[in-house]
Design a protein. Structure first.
Lengths: 118, 486, 103
């Protein structure tokens, strides 16, 4: 039963934290007092134009691809972390090899200029 | 993990290291294609040596998930030969088009690792991971000329149909696993044998597995992606795609159907028989109408899938008919002759802009006698005329179908009829090479030494298997007898 | 029926069928890719359902599902890369218009 209360406590604290931060930022920010420009995402500079359905440059997708490829490998790291204590040194070395393989891939992408913003 | 686990998977680890070595070399010294190719070929030689070495002490690794038996070794050596030949042929085509050679070699070696994993899998999950590791680099290779509209178009069709079929295959595997309670191939076979007959749910699982596999080997009516994927890809890639993933998919069929589903071979026998007839007949009929040699060879590769399926049907009807041995021999012979034919097409296309239309071949016998003779050899072998590898391959398939008994000898008759029909379109290319004059006299093409070596190796293998098939037939027999049979 | 293995298998079967239909009916390469992902997720649901209801399969189910997720992600990455390449050439994600080789 204690586990359940942990969960409830966590949920309450989590939700409270969100409202706390929102409330704090509401307290310290300027509020829109009738000035149209104050309501915009950027007060200064040129006015924003177009709607949010505009197309993104293709460069974003390449970063997204790299992100998906590397992010999903975290699945194995989570599992490894769960049983880390039982795996001892062999488990640690296995994970080092796994991460090293990923690093070779990342290094290659870097060297090939994939990470340069074009 | 024990020491024997490590030694048994040594060829796989070595193959991965070779791929890494190529990309590391490319990262340190970009655009030094010769170094990358040299590293790749030397690495492949080491992998081959390790493969033969592990065969000295066969066994199961990782608690029965991976197996090294004579079949694994046999198939692994075919994969290594396929990738080595493609690495030899590729640079001559890629170089003039400014496509990176090192990444090409590395991607091929990654795909080879996947194929080797399939060949040695004793577990359905390992098999699936191997399958994906084999096909994913294949999709990238199909779209390798990324500025070329045809290449990317072929790649997207190959990818969409390929991952669609992977999902279907996986759905079937999930049911086979859920209902038999194990992913081990031997365990699945035992469970199916103990159940004595298929439950409806398991039958559905097997049906999904069969459909997924039929897509992978491009059996009719699941072949629609093949012509576009093959025609669009850069020619050396087409050569690889027509043999590498195909041999890999047949390795998968042997592991899944012959081993895991072996106890119910009477159930999948008629399916294979029907697929075989449809595949070879339709492949040949459509190939006759093609005027583009790459597309023609794509349809003809569909027909060859049909011939191989005949051997598999013969095995399912009677395990002692020699069908499996015939399949294994055919896979090796087909790899060399088909890669050779594509290597010649790719050599002709060295200058960007040269198409693979039939006209390109007009007068080739006079213009480039060396390539003309070798292309004739490969086409004769694909037709099945002695003394070439293709003759013994077809002969073994037909013999096994005759020996299988029941209705299977009808397949032998259909195979012979198809081989005759195929002769028409293969020999038409020969007619073009020797009896037609080109409309425009093409410029001289200077072929690189690697390409000459690659074509020569494929030709020598095609002739040797045609004159002295004995050793390979023995090896195929040994490989077939090393299979687990529940 | 409510909380049984069959219910989950029917649900995952329906999901798989939805994905298959989407793949066959949609003509946008990205939508087709998403349909394939739906099919793979249906497979994962099947696997986890088997694992949840059959005690003997419990341990294996999650491992298999995680590996399937990883493989599916790798597949999606390769697929998106190819879609980007063809979009740069053709400026359209509609597969009907990829017909340069139609004869």
């Amino acid at each position: 039963m204690t586990e359940l209360w942990y969960v409830v406590g966590f949920a309450v604290v989590g939700v409270a934290f969100v409202f706390l931060v929102l409330g704090l930022s509401w307290l310290i920010t300027h509020r829109n007092r009738g000035d149209e420009h104050k309501g915009r995402p950027y007060e200064s500079g040129i006015d924003t134009y177009g709607d949010t359905w505009g197309r993104f440059g293709i460069s974003y997708y390449i970063y997204a691809l790299l992100f998906v490829a590397f992010d999903i490998e975290v699945i194995f790291i989570y599992l490894w972390a769960l049983v880390f204590r039982d795996l001892l040194l062999a488990g640690f070395i296995s994970m080092l090899i796994f991460v090293a393989i990923l690093l070779v891939g990342l290094g290659y992408a870097w060297r090939k200029g994939v990470l340069t913003w074009k | 993990m024990t020491w024997s686990d490590v030694t048994l998977i040594a060829p796989l680890v070595a193959a991965l290291l070779v791929a890494f070595a190529i990309i590391v070399v490319d990262a340190i010294a970009p655009h030094r294609d010769r170094i990358a190719v040299a590293v790749g070929l030397a690495g492949l030689a080491i992998v081959a040596v390790l493969t033969v070495w592990t065969d000295q002490a066969p066994g199961l690794a990782f608690g029965g998930a991976y197996t090294v038996d004579t079949l694994t070794t046999y198939l692994d050596l075919i994969f290594i030969a396929i990738v080595a030949l493609t690495v030899l042929v590729g640079p001559d085509y890629l170089g003039p088009r400014d496509l990176p050679v090192a990444e090409f070699a590395a991607t091929l070696v990654f795909a080879m690792t996947g194929a080797m994993l399939i060949a040695g899998s004793a577990d359905l999950l390992v098999l699936f991971v191997g399958l994906e590791l084999m096909v994913l680099p294949g999709y990238l290779l199909a779209g390798y000329a990324k500025r070329d509209a045809l290449s990317t178009e072929g790649a997207i069709k190959y990818f969409l149909l390929g991952s669609f079929s992977s999902a279907i295959f996986l759905f079937g595997l999930a049911y086979v696993w859920g209902l038999t309670g194990t992913t081990r191939i031997a365990g699945v076979a035992d469970a199916i044998a103990a159940a004595q007959g298929l439950s409806p749910a398991l039958a559905m699982g097997v049906a999904f597995v069969t459909t997924g596999v039929a897509f992978k080997i491009a059996a009719v009516p699941f072949h629609y992606w093949t012509p576009d994927a093959y025609q669009g890809s850069p020619t050396p890639v087409t050569g690889y795609l027509s043999v590498g993933p195909k041999v890999g998919a047949f390795a998968l069929i042997i592991r899944v159907f012959v081993e895991a589903l072996g106890p119910i071979n009477a159930d999948w026998l008629p399916v294979m028989g029907v697929l075989a007839v449809l595949t070879m007949t339709l492949g040949n009929l459509v190939a006759v109408t093609q005027t583009n040699v790459k597309r023609m060879l794509a349809y003809s590769s569909i027909a060859h899938t049909g011939y191989i399926l005949v051997g598999l049907t013969a095995y399912a009807a009677d395990p002692n008919s020699g069908g499996l041995e015939a399949v294994l021999f055919y896979l090796a012979a087909y790899s060399f002759m088909n890669l050779g034919a594509f290597a010649v097409v790719s050599a002709l296309q060295k200058r960007p802009g040269v198409t693979s239309q039939l006209d390109t071949f007009a007068g080739l016998g006079r213009r480039e006698p060396y390539l003309g003779i070798l292309m004739t050899l490969f086409l004769l072998s694909l037709t099945g005329i002695p003394p070439t590898a293709g003759f013994f391959a077809k002969a073994l398939i037909i013999l096994s179908a005759v020996q299988a008994g029941g209705w299977v000898p009808i397949l032998a008759v259909i195979t012979v009829l198809n081989a005759v029909a195929a002769a028409f379109y293969y020999l038409r290319v020969v007619v073009y090479m020797y009896m037609r004059d080109p409309q425009i006299e093409p410029a001289e093409v200077d072929h690189g030494p690697l390409l000459r070596l690659g074509v020569a190796v494929a030709a020598v293998a095609t002739v040797i298997l045609g004159v002295l098939p004995g050793p390979l037939i023995d090896a195929a027999t040994k490989a077939a007898s090393s299979l687990f049979r529940g | 029926m409510a909380n049984s293995l069959d219910a989950y298998l029917v649900l995952s079967g329906l999901l798989f069928a939805t994905g298959t239909f989407g793949f066959l009916a949609r003509r946008n390469a990205i939508s087709m890719l998403m349909s394939i992902e739906l099919m793979v997720n249906a497979v994962n649901l099947t696997i986890l359902a088997f694992g949840a209801f059959l005690p003997a399969l419990k341990d294996h189910a999650s491992v298999i599902a995680l590996i399937v997720i990883t493989v599916a992600a790798a597949e999606a990455t390769v697929g998106l890369a190819i879609v980007i390449a063809i979009f740069r050439n053709r400026r359209t994600p509609l597969v009907d218009e990829y017909d340069a080789m139609r004869q």
